[in-house]
Design a protein around this ligand. Structure first.
Ligand SMILES: [Zn+2]
Length: 274
């Protein structure tokens, strides 16, 4: 499937009429030097997967606010930093953060950063607040064209409206890209995004409670990169008293970060066999 990722980028670059866009990914093959004896043996260069982690909200945009005044943006940043540290520590991943402190980053810029970094994967980290305080648990979203139920639609609207706070247009107009090629790339990406979401539900489900139907779809603007498998994780519900307390705890954040690391490793093992 690794080749599929490269093909998708190439297709997009060709469609955009830009050969410059055909940048070999980190999984490109490198030739070993000729041996003095025997047949030259091509070897795989060390693979370093680029994982872009997006701490939701930031700066003037606090995200959800718990009954005791805890900001979603604080929890997402702390968990994101922990996950980045774990990813880098494996030596197999390069972690790129869309923000590494408390400042506002417009949603389209987060997507752009992922694409510029040639991300192999994009994970946006959030925490939810629901009208019903008894509800608790984690959920994971991938992109859909239509938010299919009211809860999903309300959440998607709220997240997208965040971008409107700074008066930034939500969607970036695409360049003149062939619609069919883009659609093909989009379908491939969607399939891989679903694999990623499933891995997150499987691994996190062993550690923390899950919302009912934890794997969902919505129209989040931050998931719209056509060539980067993407998912958005709602770590829990700040509106629930138990999760409000837990989500603030360093140990709980670390537990979730460890489970997210395992999910990312599961995803690459399934999507891109060694
Ligand atoms: Zn959020």
């Amino acid at each position: 499937m690794r080749g599929g990722v490269a093909s998708r980028r190439e297709l997009l670059a060709l469609a955009a009429g830009s050969v410059c866009g055909m940048v070999p990914g980190p999984g490109a093959f490198a030739r070993a030097p000729l041996r003095r004896h025997g047949i030259p043996k091509p070897e795989r260069a060390p693979l370093l997967r680029t994982v872009v982690i997006d701490a939701g909200h930031g700066g003037i945009d606090p995200g959800a606010i718990s009954p005791h005044g805890i900001y979603e943006k604080t929890i997402t940043l702390a968990t994101t930093r922990e996950l980045a540290r774990l990813l880098e520590a494996t030596g197999r991943f390069r972690a790129v953060l869309t923000r590494n402190n408390d400042h506002y980053v417009p949603l389209p810029r987060r997507v752009e950063r992922a694409r510029r970094a040639h991300a192999d994967l994009f994970l946006s980290i959030h925490a939810d607040a629901l009208p019903n305080a008894s509800l608790r648990g984690l959920s994971v979203y991938t992109l859909s064209d239509q938010a299919s139920d009211r809860q999903t639609a309300a959440l998607a609207t709220r997240e997208n409206r965040d971008d409107f706070i700074a008066g930034v247009h939500l969607f970036r107009q695409p360049r003149e890209i062939g619609a069919i090629l883009l659609d093909l790339a989009r379908r491939q990406t969607n399939n891989q995004s679903l694999m990623l979401a499933r891995a997150v539900v499987d691994e996190l489900g062993r550690e923390v409670p899950l919302l009912e139907r934890p794997q969902r779809e919505a129209g989040f603007a931050v998931l719209t990169a056509p060539d980067v498998p993407s998912a958005l994780v709602e770590l829990g519900c700040l509106s629930n008293p138990d999760e409000e307390r837990l989500l603030q705890q360093r140990a709980y954040q670390q537990r979730m970060a460890h489970a997210l690391l395992r999910a990312i490793e599961d995803y690459f093992a399934a999507a891109i066999p060694a």
